[in-house]
Design a protein around this ligand. Sequence first.
Ligand SMILES: [Zn+2]
Length: 325
Amino acid sequence: MTPKLEDLPQRALDTLDTSDPETKVILYSNNTWSYYRPSLQALDELPVYREHWDTTQVFAYRSIELADLPPVTDLKLISSLSDFHYPVMGKVLSKYGRRGRRNHNGVDIPLQIGEPVYATFDGRIRYSKYNTGGFGNLVIIRHRNGLETWYAHLTKRNVETEQYVKAGQIIGFIGSTGRSRGPHLHYEMRYCDQTFDPEFIVDFETGQLRYQTFALEKSFFNINSRASDQLEEDDEWDDSFKMLASESGENTSEEILERITNPQKSQKSQPTGLNPSNAVYHTIRQGDMLSKLAVRYGVSIDQICRLNGISRNTVLRLGRKLRIK
Ligand SMILES: [Zn+2]
């Protein structure tokens, strides 16, 4: 009788390398094979998760200067075992780069409070806490290739430092915490603390990764990346977005949690008509009163209150923009 394959003695014959340096293929004497992946403990031993590992501060590579980096760093972004997932999908409202006299070290993608935010690649949480420098609830993931992805202004963080995450895992939810003008994700990519434009790698509108391996040139880095560990969010967002943002920004934390934990039920309570292209705004001038505005624009006082999250007794500050329709 011929022995069945599974009855044959299984003895490791050889170990083969794969494209992922941390993954091997083991060949057995019974003509079977398996992947060998290091345990979490082995991951802990990797230099990338041990060296320059600081869970208390946003910058972890203070001893490495921009001048120390090579002209080009090849970043292997995905492999057969390490995948990609967009952090969020949406339109980049404020791009990476100079913003007035300041620098914007990431991209801003406005979304509704409570939308999930995903880990871009597999990695380990280096930082997860409320940051008083302006980032609000901030999660930083260090990836195997040394790249770090930063996720700021979250309403809620879903991960703890030291934890390993997979690409696509929900690490938190969109919010407007810290120095933020409205609910959005401020997203950064950093290598050795230095930033470059995340749009080089991710197409946020389609949610696609642009490269499997990315040649990160030194010239891509912003020389001011590390000038400050404070987030400088500026006010180049257009007015329509500000209004959109303030509407959802005035959700109470109870509403936010309700939405996160019970998306179906709370769907109904979401504000409608958020398309800013149809919106009508009015800038408050001397002598303006809600009753006058209501008559002038042919809407009810209640509607103006509802659209702006104010009450009939709210003092109208001069220069404030109110949404009318
Ligand atoms: Zn930003």
